[in-house]
Design a protein around this ligand. Structure first.
Ligand code: KG4
Ligand code: ZN
Length: 374
């Protein structure tokens, strides 16, 4: 079954065709990052306008690539993200998908963006990767610019939230730190590269600043009944970073001759900034690894399934690989090109999850705060 997937929940306009939930036949992602860069974050109105301008071209290109891969083929259904995400952005994809499903005379399928991220390890997976239905019970970790959530997945398609961030998502925490340190948007990829270069130059994680590790206080109402040991809070970390920057003005106005670190060809930061960045990343990675370790101890899982843009982070990937190894569970991570937002994950999940289909999907409205597993 070949499904066309459409994704416009944030700042990527994306479309793809996937066969039987796993084989990617075409995949087109137009990223709006350069449009949002001057503002240091995603501006919903700009995102919406850019989706309107690009959606037809992106879908046309995805269908043209599909026609090349499968001459004479025709898609069997259209799938689309209806939440969570930015309302004016989601509307563009949902309306386009409704129109396409009608004109192609195929069913429409409504898809939850976070559930789709958790399907990404199965996209074009290495031979030997078990099918999703053979990986449960699994612990799911969705970690992106908008979410940081741990899910119990007792069987494929059933998601129960067992832990989450009480404030900022991990990606948001990376992006805010990057903005504060004048490193630009999006912050995650830069922080990753700078920290990696720092660890290489400093010979490991020596001299790191002991930033808070995001433990929420037991009993606070924000936990909403979830166990504190499986939740994180990054607001204290953000405040600690702000205080550190205020107390060390040379971070933003370096002394002439301050030692620098080249973290990418031609791109440098001062060693002092690199140390702060590496320490900050380590606090986030440490918090995520600690909660994951605890979640893995609570029941016997077959796999740890990772999804979302932050799962691209090289340090998170290697630390979680150790965590999974110690807990004797298989770690399933997406290929880097499927970690960020894309249409392939929407098309792929739709093969397995057809709970909102046909007329019900045609009646769908966008759900910016859509929960996972409902
Ligand atoms: O999943 P995604 O593409 O969009 C959302 O659904 O949010 O995730 C985007 C987030 C951004 O916050 C970005 O800074 C972060 O993922 N990110 C990273 C890395 N690459 C992207 N964070 C840490 N390390 C990375 N290498
Ligand atoms: Zn996403």
């Amino acid at each position: 079954m070949d499904i066309l997937g459409i994704e416009t929940s944030c700042d990527e306009t994306a479309a793809a065709v996937v066969r039987d939930g796993r084989t990617v036949l075409s995949n087109v992602v137009y990223t709006q990052i350069p449009l949002h860069q001057p503002y240091g974050g995603v501006v919903p109105e700009i995102a919406s306008r850019a989706h309107v301008e690009k959606i037809s071209e992106v879908v046309k290109t995805a269908l043209a690539q599909y026609a090349e891969a499968v001459p004479g083929g025709s898609v069997d259904a259209v799938a689309v993200t209806y939440g969570p995400g930015l309302s004016p952005a989601l509307i563009v994809g949902l309306n386009a998908a409704k129109g396409l499903a009608m004109s192609m005379d195929v069913p429409l399928i409504g898809i939850n963006h976070m559930e789709a991220h958790l399907h990404t390890p199965f996209l074009d997976a290495e031979p030997g990767t078990p099918p999703p239905e053979n990986c449960t019970p699994a612990l799911g970790l969705a970690i992106s610019g908008g979410h940081t959530c741990w899910f119990d997945i007792p069987e494929y398609g059933v998601y129960e939230t067992i832990g989450q961030t009480l404030d900022d998502a991990a990606g948001e925490a990376f992006d805010k730190a990057s903005k504060l340190l004048g490193l630009g948007y999006p912050g995650g990829p830069k922080v990753d590269r700078i920290a990696k270069a720092y660890f290489a130059a400093a010979g490991g994680g020596k001299d790191l600043i002991p930033f808070p590790k995001g433990h929420p206080r037991e009993g606070v109402s924000a936990l909403a009944g979830l166990p504190a040991e499986l939740c994180v809070s990054f607001s204290g970390l953000k405040t600690a970073l702000l205080r550190h920057v205020q107390q060390n003005p040379s971070l933003l106005a370096p002394e002439p001759g301050a030692p620098v670190l080249e973290y990418a060809p031609g791109a440098t930061v001062t060693m002092e900034v690199a140390r702060v960045v590496a320490s900050y990343q380590e606090a986030i990675v440490g918090a995520v690894a600690d909660r994951t370790r605890r979640a893995l101890r609570r029941r016997s899982y077959r796999a740890l399934v990772l999804g979302g843009g932050v799962s691209l982070n090289s340090r998170i990937r290697s630390v979680l690989a150790d965590v999974a190894r110690s807990a004797h569970v298989e770690l399933l991570m997406a290929k880097p090109k499927y970690c960020g937002d894309n249409g392939a994950m929407i098309a792929a999940l739709a093969y397995y999850r057809r709970n909102i289909v046909g007329d019900a999907a045609m009646r769908l409205d966008v759900a910016p705060s859509l929960e996972t597993g409902v």
